[in-house]
Design a protein around this ligand. Structure first.
Ligand code: IMP
Ligand code: MG
Length: 182
């Protein structure tokens, strides 16, 4: 049987560590947003496990919505252009919005999405990223809420993919080097 764990050189962040951090972020969001009924926006597809856990760990009522974006051209060398493949259903004017993402890397995706939403008269647009790779940043942006800061290493699992694989791994890990060249 194919076992994804066999493809990992190591687990970087365990299930328990992830869930403890999710609970911590959820509590912070509860305190900050209170009775404002914020719109939690999951950025497809990478945020889905984090998003599902996060909103269920929150005790305040929230509206949920999704966006999908892709950068034009070669994925490894970001061109800086963001294509909206799926837009929000919700009208966010007068609402507090929290963009939920798996990881902030160059920061291009989230700074573009933030800009687009800021033009729609939201009361606020904040960013919540489970992982942050500050050493890779190309834009002037940091997550307003974040889980873990990590080194410049490519990770998979808990929503993060390598060629669309490993998103369903419940932990965050690093692939064996020989798998990247395939
Ligand atoms: P950014 O626009 O450069 O911040 O890119 C963010 C997107 O790049 C994330 O939503 C991921 O899809 C992808 N990404 C960045 N780093 C990693 C990684 O280590 N593993 C998997 N995907 C990553
Ligand atoms: Mg991705």
């Amino acid at each position: 049987m194919y076992n994804m764990y066999d493809d990992l050189s190591y687990v970087m962040i365990s299930k328990d560590e992830i869930q403890a951090k999710v609970a911590e972020i959820a509590q912070k969001l509860d305190e900050i947003y209170g009775d404002t009924y914020p719109v939690m926006v999951g950025i497809l597809k990478g945020s889905t496990p984090f998003f599902a856990d996060l909103i269920r760990a929150m005790k305040i009522p929230v509206q949920i919505d999704f966006m999908a974006a892709s950068s034009y051209g070669n994925a490894s060398k970001s061109s800086g252009f963001i294509n909206i493949k799926k837009d929000l259903d919700a009208d966010i004017s007068g609402r507090h919005v929290v963009l939920v993402e798996d990881i902030m890397d160059s920061g291009r995706t989230l700074s573009h999405l933030k800009e687009i939403l800021a033009d729609r008269n939201a009361l606020s647009v904040k960013v919540c990223a489970l992982l942050d790779k500050p050493s890779r940043r190309e834009m002037d942006i940091t997550p307003d809420f974040k889980g873990f800061e990590i080194e410049n290493e490519f990770v998979v699992g808990y929503g993060l993919d390598y060629a669309e694989k490993y998103r369903n791994l419940p932990e965050i890990g690093v692939l064996k080097p020989e798998l990247y060249s395939k």
